[in-house]
Design a protein around this ligand. Structure first.
Ligand code: FES
Length: 131
């Protein structure tokens, strides 16, 4: 019952080393979710690699998405240093009914790395979403 997706770019290259670390981060995130969280949380996530999320100037990019929840795109992610904070964010994200949170609620290590926070729907007119 994967309802949450963590999407990792597998094409991003580190700006200094040129190394692609997305596949490794996928493996690490799956292991961390399985090891550190109760099955109900860990089983609620699918970790998937994707070729490019148009955040190429801020590698490595990682997205979070779930039905009915705000979506996030993070950039300038260090596959080693930020993996723990991504998993902590995953737990927070799973706990939020609409997925919406402010920068102060997100793990400190992700500060300045949120490229986008897209609401699931805009309150207002159910057809247009406009107030
Ligand atoms: S190559 Fe990773 S976002 Fe484009």
């Amino acid at each position: 019952m994967d309802i949450h997706r963590i999407i990792v770019c597998t094409l991003c290259r580190d700006l200094v080393t040129g190394i692609r670390s997305g596949e490794g981060l996928c493996t690490d995130l799956r292991a961390r979710l399985a090891a550190h969280y109760e099955p109900a949380v860990a089983k609620g996530f699918a970790v998937e690699g994707v070729a490019c999320m148009a955040g190429c100037s801020r590698p490595l990019t990682v997205g979070f998405q779930a039905p009915g929840k705000a979506a996030y795109l993070f950039g300038s992610i260090d596959a080693q240093a930020d993996a723990g904070d991504l998993v902590r964010f995953a737990k927070l994200y799973a706990s939020l009914a609409d997925g919406w949170c402010n920068s102060g609620q997100r793990p400190a290590g992700l500060a300045g790395k949120t490229l986008a926070r897209i609401p699931a729907r805009i309150p207002g007119c159910p057809t247009t979403g406009r107030p």
